[in-house]
Design a protein around this ligand. Structure first.
Ligand SMILES: C[S@@+](CC[C@H](N)C(=O)[O-])C[C@H]1O[C@@H](n2cnc3c(N)ncnc32)[C@H](O)[C@@H]1O
Length: 225
């Protein structure tokens, strides 16, 4: 398959699907486990999903989930296993991953324009999430998606995403970034994000740090009033 390229800086390319799936197979790992090891450390996805479920007090009664940028679906498969939603909406810009994502039950493929959740009605989902996405895309695109997440979540529903906040930075991290010219990482201010979402009716429930190669991200979990 030929990968589609775009000049829109909002849309960041992901690892190529065919090669990544083949590499996982050669390593004798699931794609999710392979990506955990490749990008951070074993079990990092499972730990984050566990934290999200716990902080968000999510168990039964989750019917509709929406995920932005699911990639291989490593978070999706764990969320689906735990919550068994009747619809799992995705907005994924990497077309080569879509055939692989179609294995997920009750999948709803939404048209991904790289900026909005335009196919999702206002206050219609129980959980809207993005993982390892806002870490790489421009701040302005993240802000647009935060507004959209606040719009589509129903009252009582949960919004979850990870960002590189000031809490993720220490001197060793920035030294490594400078040494490796790690220009890929984007920062999102923590207090500003919490205040923005507070004005949109979302209360912060808690957070969880996740390792990412040469960095940390902070998973923030909110509930809509
Ligand atoms: C770093 S990957 C993370 C994938 C997955 N969430 C994970 O943690 O394994 C970022 C994902 O977001 C997708 N993506 C990039 N820019 C996007 C955008 N503007 N809107 C929606 N998805 C985007 C990429 O194609 C990729 O699947």
């Amino acid at each position: 398959m030929i990968r589609a390229y775009t000049t829109d800086p909002a849309i960041q390319p992901f690892l190529p699907a065919k090669e990544t799936i083949a590499a996982a197979k050669r390593a004798g790992l699931t794609v999710g486990d392979y990506l955990d090891r490749y990008s951070a450390e074993p079990q990092v996805t499972a730990a984050a999903v566990q934290a999200l479920l716990q902080i968000g007090a999510l168990s039964n009664g989750v019917e509709r989930v929406c995920e932005i940028g699911p990639g291989s679906g490593r978070y999706a498969e764990k969320i689906i296993e735990a919550l068994r939603p009747s619809a799992y909406e995705i907005y994924e810009t990497a077309s080569d991953w879509l055939p692989y994502l179609r294995r997920l039950p009750h999948l709803v493929e939404c048209p991904a324009d790289g900026h909005t959740l335009s196919a999702t009605p206002t206050e219609s989902v129980d959980l809207v999430q993005a993982h390892k996405l806002f870490v790489y895309i421009p701040f302005v695109t993240t802000v647009g998606y935060l507004e959209e997440m606040a719009r589509v979540v129903r009252p009582g529903g949960v919004v979850a995403f990870d960002i590189v906040t000031e809490n993720c930075l220490d001197e060793q991290t920035t030294k490594t970034w400078v040494a490796e010219n790690a220009a890929i990482y984007m920062l999102t201010p923590r207090a500003w994000t919490i205040e923005l979402l507070e004005r949109r009716g979302l209360d912060l429930l808690g957070s969880h740090f996740e390792p990412l190669s040469g960095a940390l991200t902070e998973l923030l979990v909110f509930r809509k009033r």
